[in-house]
Design a protein around this ligand. Structure first.
Ligand code: AKG
Ligand code: FE2
Length: 306
């Protein structure tokens, strides 16, 4: 009884942080991102910048705020996607790819934004108005990566297994499928934030109990334990969603929504671009982003005003 209470108290900051800050970071680490977000919101409100007017994007942003995810397929996502697919098919020399067979991926090693200037139209017309609405502030892309998902191995690995990304609760993950994504291509599956939150809290307790029994467990043991817990709990859950499309479309979801994706059926592959976006004080500097790139240098920004 006392041991239970002690155990519950030990993970209380983590549970509070999941509830209040939508993050498994721990309360002390995650609060600075939310304080910064509040400052971004006030500055944005004072700047009088025009908010998204497109009623469809506005409705999608409301859906995101409600459920923690939204999927958008419109003229911009389709046109830009088709241009990107065409550029890749023409095999220009400046695009460098590297197979990661163990990860079931072929990664683009050149920078995404400098390789695909077409993405500026998507950023200005879809990402920016949508995120202005969601954040109530400006946004900044922290990282961008691009890869083809290919089933080199016959079982899913890494992010193809249920997980949450574990970054700050202000982070929005964006997955853009330039050529669309169908289920057989490994379209991402995810849980809405409310279900993810319950699962993350249950998982924190499960890990805590495991560590009491096996205090010497390795990081890999814990990763496997979490993946098994998610798989067991999610099995048969009705609210797993899998947005699919036949042409360019973009999925926004909160960084800590539980998700998996990118394990295609034999003979299929899936092209994906991932961005992590955060609230920011400064308006987007597209000239800089598209001249110098926004590559992945770390999993998350240590300074929210990066
Ligand atoms: O390839 C996928 O769909 C999974 C990617 C993922 O887990 C992520 O972006 O956090
Ligand atoms: Fe992920």
């Amino acid at each position: 009884m006392l041991a239970n209470l002690r155990s519950e108290l030990a993970i209380l900051p983590q549970i509070l942080s999941i509830r209040a800050n939508r993050s498994t970071f721990g309360y002390r680490n995650s609060i600075k991102y939310h304080k910064y977000h509040d400052r971004c919101r006030s500055a944005f409100a004072k700047s009088g910048k025009n908010r998204a007017v497109d009623p469809v994007l506005k409705a999608k942003a409301a859906e995101f705020l409600d459920e923690g995810a939204a999927f958008i397929e419109n003229d911009h996502t389709k046109t830009v996607g088709a241009q990107i697919v065409e550029r890749i098919n023409s095999q220009p020399a400046n695009l460098r790819w590297e197979a990661d067979e163990a990860g079931n991926q072929i990664k683009l090693t050149s920078d995404v934004l400098t390789s695909f200037p077409e993405l500026r139209v998507l950023s200005e017309n879809v990402l920016e108005p949508f995120l202005n609405e969601v954040f109530g502030s400006n946004y900044k892309i922290f990282l961008s990566v691009m890869f083809k998902s290919v089933a080199f191995d016959d079982s899913p690995i890494g992010s193809q297994i249920w997980h949450s990304d574990g970054g700050p609760g202000t982070c929005v993950n964006i997955i853009y499928y330039p050529g669309g994504a169908r289920a057989e291509q490994g379209a991402m599956e995810l849980l809405p934030w409310s279900a993810s939150r319950k699962l993350l809290i249950g998982c924190a307790r499960h890990v805590r109990r495991f560590l009491q029994r096996s205090p010497k467990a390795s990081k890999a043991d814990i990763r496997n334990l979490k993946a098994e817990y998610y798989a067991d709990q999610i099995d048969g859950m009705l609210n797993v969603t899998r947005p699919v499309s036949d042409s360019g479309a973009v999925l926004f979801f909160r960084n800590n929504c539980v998700h998996k994706g990118g394990f295609p059926e034999p003979g299929n592959e899936r092209l994906a671009i991932i961005f992590h976006a955060y609230p920011h004080m400064d308006p987007p500097d597209y000239d800089d982003w598209f001249a110098n790139g926004r590559p992945k240098t770390a999993p998350y920004p240590v300074d929210p005003h990066f």
